[in-house]
Design a protein around this ligand. Structure first.
Ligand code: MSP
Length: 636
């Protein structure tokens, strides 16, 4: 993160979508980073918004017999309201239909056109309506859209269009990325972009003829065309902060930008956007950080599978802060994470209900009962007290360092360590027994220590759980609106004598999702005819295999051909799993294969083995080992 100002952006979300966990996650991540930056004393600016032009909005509006603008006006509210509910502290919300945005897009286009950066040409290529992108013949995968997770049929389109000379900047961009290692984060995403740039970069088609799509920003130099939705959308990051309008604001925030995105929009942000900025003569944003996907039970969330997590469901049941905490604690930024009701209940009960909430409840109960409801004085210190103080005062530094590396999971972990240790401290010092024995001096010391830890922990977690941590702080008699970071690294800031209140439980325990009732084996006896001898099983050679390549099989909707490596040997296996996994989901996974199956030809493709998978109705899951193991390992 930059030292001085910190300008954070989220992607602007398609206004059509119902807000889901993907949108909520990026926005919460941005909010938490901004709140930490503020806590550390930085100047911040936080922008989010909606992407409102393009085919999808036009079609949705047509289906509802309304205008695209009216449709967008109605649906944008869903995002704006969710951000309010989620305690998002954005400074601005930009809509690409805002006049302030449209005029800037047009000025940029005119300027680039006047300088020959944009030209007109005939175009003949393949177009995916869903992704709103053109592809060349060689881009297509099995004749279909190559976008990960799309794979839909494409249309052949021949028409005149306008192009941005993106190809001119290929070498410049490669050099820039090489020389600025923090521009694209994490590192493996930088390599992904560099890999993309090894192929020849073509010019970017930045227009759509109105005859096909009218819902967009009109090209200022040709009224028969509107602007390609990405060329319009990316500009939001500068139109919102006063580019060409408010030089002072713009200079204060650009290029201190930190773009948070999902991994699926890496190319647009690390190839299109930098080359557009270069052509405009602007410096590039400091960092583009791509996070991974939230999965649902290890598979991709999709509307068709119906496993998309609805944020409102969790917020209504367990509160906004618990939801924010789970998302931030559970995902290592950059990697994938899994959202399941079980994981949510586990994390919530362990960290929040049993640890943090429990300490606050114990401490406030004892202070109210035995210390007249006031923070008690400290008397003689033991080594145990000093060790707790040391850990507590070191925690702010650990959190700061983790946040700087955007390892919010580690920041949460540092506070969780402190809380766990405080629980152990209370178990060792047994304040309830000190109270019973009337040892007021030791009781005061122990309770003061636990309470001052809570002051520090609640301050450090405030950016993640602003509401619950404010409640925790006011239970301890701390009334200032926001914690002061300096004080979070100091011991004994909590004033002796301040009033403590025992409020309702901060995080009431939640029921873990119910397990299914299991039948005892004796209740469903097997007959001898369906039992096999162990030797029959031993005839099967089951081995682990690493998937190193995956592709669709032409003309077969259900089949994928996989290249797998089994103990240094490569073989092809054809599997009927295309409706459950995309090729991208599979590469890198270790699975289990029947290795001694006679080769067979399926739809003209040789299959050398069979994958093991579990299936239940429409659900199918590949069997994978529970941890790292080399390929070729025996499965028995
Ligand atoms: N409108 C474009 C962005 C333009 S930015 C100039 C767009 N919008 S989107 O609404 O489709 O997606 C927004 C973000 O949600 C993307 O960053 C995407 O990665 C993220 N997610 C969608 N599903 C997700 C998960 N299941 N998990 C995490 N994030 C995912 O793309």
């Amino acid at each position: 993160m930059p030292d001085s100002s910190f300008y954070v952006t989220t992607p602007i979300y398609y206004v059509n979508d119902k807000p889901h966990i993907g949108h909520a996650y990026t926005t919460i991540l941005a909010d938490v980073l901004v709140r930490y930056a503020r806590l550390f004393g930085r100047q911040t600016y936080f922008l989010t918004g909606t992407d409102e032009h393009g085919q999808k909005v036009q079609r949705a509006a047509e289906a509802r017999h309304t205008t695209p603008q009216a449709h967008a006006d109605e649906t944008v509210v869903r995002f704006q309201e969710l951000w309010k509910t989620l305690e998002i502290t954005n400074d601005d919300f930009i809509r690409t239909t805002d006049e302030r945005h449209k005029v800037i897009v047009q000025e940029i286009l005119q300027d680039l056109y006047d300088r020959g950066e944009i030209y007109r040409d005939e175009y003949d290529g393949w177009y995916c309506v869903t992704c709103e992108r053109f592809y060349t013949e060689k881009d297509l995968v099995d004749g279909k859209c190559p976008e990960p997770g799309c794979g839909r049929a494409v249309e052949r389109i021949a028409e005149a269009n306008y192009f941005f000379r993106m190809s001119n900047y290929q070498q410049w961009l490669i050099d820039y990325i090489d020389q600025n290692p923090t521009f694209i984060q994490p590192d493996f995403r930088r390599n992904e972009t560099l890999g993309f740039l090894r192929q020849e970069l073509t010019d970017l088609c930045i227009s759509r003829p109105k005859s096909r799509l009218s819902w967009g920003i009109e090209l200022p130099f040709d009224a028969d065309f509107v602007t390609y939705v990405w060329f319009d959308a990316l500009v939001n990051y500068i139109s919102a902060i006063g580019y060409r309008r408010d030089d002072e604001q713009f200079a204060a925030l650009w290029p201190a930008a930190y773009h948070l995105i999902g991994k699926d929009i890496l190319t647009t942000h690390t190839v299109y956007w930098p080359t557009m900025l270069k052509a405009m003569g602007l410096p590039l944003p400091r960092t583009v950080l791509a996070h991974g996907w939230w999965l649902s039970g290890d598979s991709r969330m999709s509307k068709t599978t119906g496993n998309v997590v609805d944020p409102m469901e969790y917020i209504d049941r367990h509160g906004v802060d618990a939801f924010r905490y789970f998302l931030i604690a559970e995902m290592v930024v950059g990697q994938e994470a899994n959202f399941t009701p079980e994981a949510f209940a586990r994390r919530y009960n362990a960290d929040l209900a049993n640890d943090l909430g429990n300490i606050l409840s114990r401490v406030t109960t004892l202070i109210v009962k035995h210390c007249d409801g006031r923070i008690p004085e400290v008397s003689e210190l033991t080594d145990d007290d000093r060790a707790l103080q040391d850990l507590a005062t070191a925690t702010a530094g650990r959190v700061h360092e983790a946040v700087e590396r955007v390892r919010l999971d580690a920041a949460v972990g540092a506070v969780a360590d402190l809380i766990r240790e405080t629980n152990r401290y209370l178990e060792r010092r047994q304040p309830w027994n000190l109270a019973r024995d009337g040892d007021k001096a030791s009781l005061g010391t122990v309770l003061y220590h636990a309470a001052d830890v809570l002051r520090i922990a609640s301050g450090l977690l405030h950016p993640i759980m602003p509401d619950r941590m404010t409640a925790c702080r006011s239970a301890l008699g701390l009334t200032a609106d926001e914690p002061d970071f300096e004080n979070l690294g100091r011991w004994a800031v909590l004033p002796v004598g301040s009033r403590v209140e025992k409020g309702p439980a901060l995080f009431p325990r939640i029921e873990a999702p119910k397990k299914k009732e299991l039948k005892k084996k004796e209740d469903s006896p097997m007959t001898d005819d369906n039992l096999i001898d162990i030797t029959e099983f031993q005839n099967l050679e089951l081995k682990t295999a690493k998937i190193i390549g995956a592709d669709r099989v032409e003309g077969a909707d259900r089949l994928l051909k996989l290249q797998v490596e089994v103990a240094g040997e490569e073989r092809q296996v054809v599997a009927g799993i295309a409706q459950h996994y995309t090729p991208e989901d599979l590469v890198g996974k270790t699975v289990v294969v029947v290795a001694n199956l006679k080769p067979a030809k399926i739809r003209g493709e040789v299959s050398n083995g069979m994958l093991l998978a579990a299936s239940d109705g429409d659900v199918l899951r590949l069997l994978t080992p529970d941890g790292d193991i080399p390929s070729g390992a025996e499965v028995r």
